[in-house]
Design a protein around this ligand. Sequence first.
Ligand code: SF4
Ligand code: SF4
Ligand code: SF4
Length: 255
Amino acid sequence: MIKDNNNKKPRVAIYDFTDCEGCEVKIVSLREKLLLLEKKVDIVNWRLGQERFESGPYDITIIEGTPITDYEIKLLKDLRENSKILIALGACAALAGIPAIMPEKDRKIWYEKIYSSQYHPKGVDALPLSAYVQVDFSIHGCPVDEDEIIRAIEDLLSGKTPRYHDYSVCFECKQAGNPCRITEENKPCLGPITQGGCKAICISGGSPCYGCFGIREEANIPALIKILEKITDKNEVERYLTMFHSRSKEINDHK
Ligand code: SF4
Ligand code: SF4
Ligand code: SF4
């Protein structure tokens, strides 16, 4: 997907908008693998990781976080114009995720409690990057998985279009040998409709899947909602579906 660049290494930029920066920390934690990657790409702009801030155009721009100010939205559009490939890094960028959890009416209450009534918020609703620009690929997760970062970039460097795994979190959950929360423990879980790639880390650690890897193509969402509503009440099901997906069209179409 990355065309020949006169034998120069592809220019990569890593930007972040509103978020916790946990996904960029995952890039840092690639350690030796990051050094190997830097032999193949030239990271020319990365505020969190280095003191080098070259302007575009870029071959690959990786963006973490959700744009919630006019400045961030304009920067996102400029980056899109100046990037051959634009990648959303993590659930905040790909889904709006955690920044979108709170509905606007509740936000006003919390602004007042935390910052007082004098505070004039500048932010707009948290939306995924794809609400503003075309996104070429999303590296999912909250936070992302290190292997998935490498996999996507290696694919791009070898001229392939990165692809999602052809399985759900349930597949990895079974590989990990976990008992099924839904069928064996009568507890909720979004694994059946969630894109695989995280190695079922939450279930292996005793927590449910809340779907941070995004909705799998052709997932049977109504069937899972029906099953979840037999296990627990509607409010709890809603809590599961809005942890990362309050802005996901696929989910909202079925509620
Ligand atoms: S996806 Fe999660 S870990 Fe990554 S920046 Fe957003 S909140 Fe942080
Ligand atoms: S626990 Fe969740 S992820 Fe694991 S198999 Fe059951 S539904 Fe799927
Ligand atoms: S188990 Fe679900 S919530 Fe946990 S990392 Fe995987 S996709 Fe995300």
